[in-house]
Design a protein around this ligand. Structure first.
Ligand SMILES: C[S@@+](CC[C@H](N)C(=O)[O-])C[C@H]1O[C@@H](n2cnc3c(N)ncnc32)[C@H](O)[C@@H]1O
Length: 344
């Protein structure tokens, strides 16, 4: 890319800027996975600004078009969109479904699968309908659209097998005691293969992941250095799930609304290459803390100061060995927190 990254690691580059402009720097068919969570169409504005639900499709279309261009034929585009209510009404906005239809009908994406991210830790909202008047249930599910350019994007669900239930573990141990192969009334033919140990269960498209991280190096160092934490972070398990299922080691993962760079960090930990674009410099500056888990606070502080004050690009020196003016740090020395999420 022509633009200079704010920082880079062994496998990735983080850029400050409008992703519509940064995307133009990427060649066609060059990215394996775009995984992102844009600002949602919320009534309650977050600090980084949100678009009105009525204007949402118009706003997001140019991003979708550029993502389509840069994706490889085998690539995937995973888009997390939280639900919203219509302004002042206890009825839902259809904006996330309108985005789905527009991306498929107007851009040519395929809907490979619709996923639902259930966050059991989500607080009740909107306060008026849920807490005060008690006429709506708590909304704790985001829609996560998995788009692809063709009907057969690269994907392998065996990389994200879920732990077996206790019942299934018993069945695998002694299939004859618990199960007789037969055709079910539903028409499913359950063969003797059903009791075979495949190392885990096929995951469902309902991903139950609480967003309750309270002790990552990112949060700890943000607190110690007095930096604002990003208000809408992914739990690492969410990007990690799709990165594992949809890419191989060495593939390129891009987040066009990078925020605290959870996607980049998950990609690095899983040995994928990554690119992150984010307009708000302060979020991208503090996102470097994700990669500094093994560092002392003073060292992290000086890296942050460098990123805050330098022009984009020059602060790369902190993480890049070639610039001899500033104490070089081998990228591979950046200690990664290993996230044992799913069995590979
Ligand atoms: C929902 S947050 C993403 C959070 C991220 N998934 C994480 O785990 O931290 C959306 C981000 O998109 C950024 N953003 C909004 N418009 C943008 C644009 N045109 N280009 C790049 N980033 C943008 C916002 O500043 C915000 O940080």
């Amino acid at each position: 890319m022509q633009s200079k990254p704010l920082y880079r690691t062994a496998s990735g580059h983080a850029y400050v800027g409008d992703s519509l402009e940064l995307l133009l720097e990427l060649p066609d068919n060059s990215i394996d996975l775009v995984l992102t969570s844009p600002p949602f169409a919320l009534q309650r504005q977050k600090t980084y600004g949100n678009v009105e639900e009525t204007e949402y499709v118009q706003w997001i279309m140019p991003f979708g078009l550029e993502v389509f261009r840069v994706l490889k034929e085998s690539g995937s585009f995973v888009l997390d969109l939280g639900g919203a209510y219509r302004s002042g009404m206890p009825s839902r906005s259809l904006y996330n479904f309108r985005v789905l239809l527009a991306f498929c009908d107007e851009i040519g994406f395929h809907l490979a699968e619709d996923f639902y991210w259930f966050n059991p830790a989500k607080l009740p909202s909107p306060i008026e309908w849920v807490n005060k008047r008690k006429i709506r249930a708590k909304d704790s599910v985001n829609t996560v659209w998995w788009f692809s350019k063709t009907d057969f994007p690269k994907a392998d669900v065996r990389k994200v097998l879920a732990p077996y239930s206790d019942r299934m573990k018993k069945l695998i141990k002694d299939p004859e005691k618990f199960y007789t192969p037969k055709k079910r009334p539903s028409g499913h033919d359950i063969s003797a293969e059903f009791g075979k140990d495949n190392g885990g269960a096929i995951p469902s498209n309902l991903l139950s992941i609480p967003n309750t991280d309270s002790n990552s190096s990112y949060l700890r160092l943000c607190k110690e250095l007095g930096l604002e934490r990003h208000p809408a972070r992914f739990p690492l398990e969410l990007p990690a799930f799709f990165i594992k299922m949809l890419t191989d080691e060495g593939d390129v993962v891009l987040d066009i609304f990078g925020g605290s760079n959870a996607t980049g960090f998950a990609a690095e930990t899983l040995r994928r290459n990554w690119l992150t674009f984010e307009t708000e410099r302060k979020y991208l500056v503090s996102s470097v803390l994700r990669f500094l888990g093994g560092r002392k606070v003073d060292e992290a502080r000086s890296i942050i100061c460098g990123l805050q004050t330098s022009e984009s690009g020059s602060a790369v020196a902190f993480l890049h060995p070639q610039n001899r003016d500033i104490e070089p740090v081998e990228p591979k020395e950046i200690r990664m927190r290993q996230i044992p999420i799913f069995n590979e």
